[in-house]
Design a protein. Structure first.
Length: 339
């Protein structure tokens, strides 16, 4: 087995199970370390039992490399594969199998941890038909948001990836900040060139109800917006601590989502679970479409869709109103209505 592939797959399974980031990075660093070596040099180190002399290769990753170089599936990987056969979520099986794609993911171009190609490879492994690359917009400097120039360059890379693949489509996208005045944090010209625009609020989340409502309505009414991302901004668990829901007139926001053809995101990240159950029910009653998305920042997190599917199914969200269950042709036709 190729040792780099083994290390990358281990990272995938660890990310999927929400292992600590330092544990995941240990295997990625090992992969980076041996990638710099000529095959014969790696073989020499393995045969001499000195692979752990490489900076970034610890005892466990060295064991994985050694076993992979012996054309065996490393024991640690075999164990992770066995554990990975179990679903992440207990429920939502019907919707989980119906999901075809994901409209919210991040690469190392903004605050994700992996290259675009690694995200696409993981999506293919999971059987996705499409994946939207939605790195952040420039206002979110803490997340290395994309300027016009960087987004332009990224679009060229996406086109190159799509030209080389037939079984998955990488959609050009962005997670664009809804600014305080309700405008979107990217030029209209660039937004018009994208397939998918996820509009989200990332700042001043404790603004008063009226202010936040007007801000969100501005983003929803922008003709480029396709999806309203993690609408309350809440955090319910995780290393970043907890954060309460932002306050806004949800009935008005969801009514306009339905009127403007903007899908309400069911964000599948375990620490977000956004929107809360009561707001999903309100959006359902308002006639909204939904998009079950992973908001993945690493390859293994793409499978977080299971959590969103579990919640949506439990709350009775019909499959036909979830745009990420639609085949690519139907999805792109819906997206093109905003162009």
């Amino acid at each position: 087995m190729d040792p780099i592939e083994a290390l990358e797959e281990i990272s995938f399974w660890l990310e999927r199970s929400q292992a600590p980031s330092f544990k995941v990075q240990a295997f990625r660093k090992a992969a980076d370390a041996i990638q710099q070596l000529a095959p014969e040099e790696l073989r020499r180190l393995v045969d001499a039992g000195r692979v752990t002399s490489l900076k970034g290769v610890a005892a466990r990753s060295g064991e994985v490399i050694t076993q992979a170089m012996a054309d065996a599936v490393p024991d640690y990987l075999a164990d992770l594969r066995e554990r990975g056969k179990e679903a992440l979520a207990a429920g939502g099986g019907t919707l989980r199998t119906a999901l075809r794609g994901d409209l919210h993911s991040h690469s190392n171009w903004s605050d994700g941890g992996s290259p675009i190609e690694a995200m696409v490879a993981a999506a293919r492994t999971l059987g996705r038909e499409y994946l939207a690359l939605t790195d952040h917009s420039p206002n979110l400097t803490i997340a290395n948001g994309l300027s016009v120039e960087r987004l332009e360059k990224q679009l060229g890379i996406v086109e190159g990836i799509n030209a080389s693949l037939e079984d998955i489509r990488l959609l050009k996208g962005i997670e664009v900040d809804i600014l305080e005045d309700g405008t979107l944090d990217q030029t209209p010209e660039m937004l018009a060139r994208l397939d998918v625009v996820v509009a989200s609020v990332h700042s001043k989340l404790r603004a008063d109800r009226q202010t936040m409502t007007q801000r969100m309505l501005g983003g929803i009414r922008d003709p480029h917006t396709n999806v309203l991302g993690h609408c309350t901004g809440r955090l319910v668990q995780g290393s970043r601590g907890t954060r309460p829901e932002s306050e806004f007139d949800a009935a008005k926001v969801f009514t306009e989502c339905a009127e403007w053809g903007v899908a309400v995101e069911i964000n599948s990240r375990p620490e977000r679970q956004d929107p809360p159950d009561n707001l999903i029910k309100l959006a359902l009653d308002a006639g909204c479409l939904f998009s079950i998305d992973s908001d993945a920042h690493a390859p293994g997190q793409l499978d977080f869709l299971q959590y969103g599917a579990e919640r949506a199914e439990a709350l009775g969200v019909p499959k036909e109103r979830i745009v990420t269950t639609w085949p690519l042709e139907q999805l792109t036709e819906w997206l093109s209505l905003k162009k």
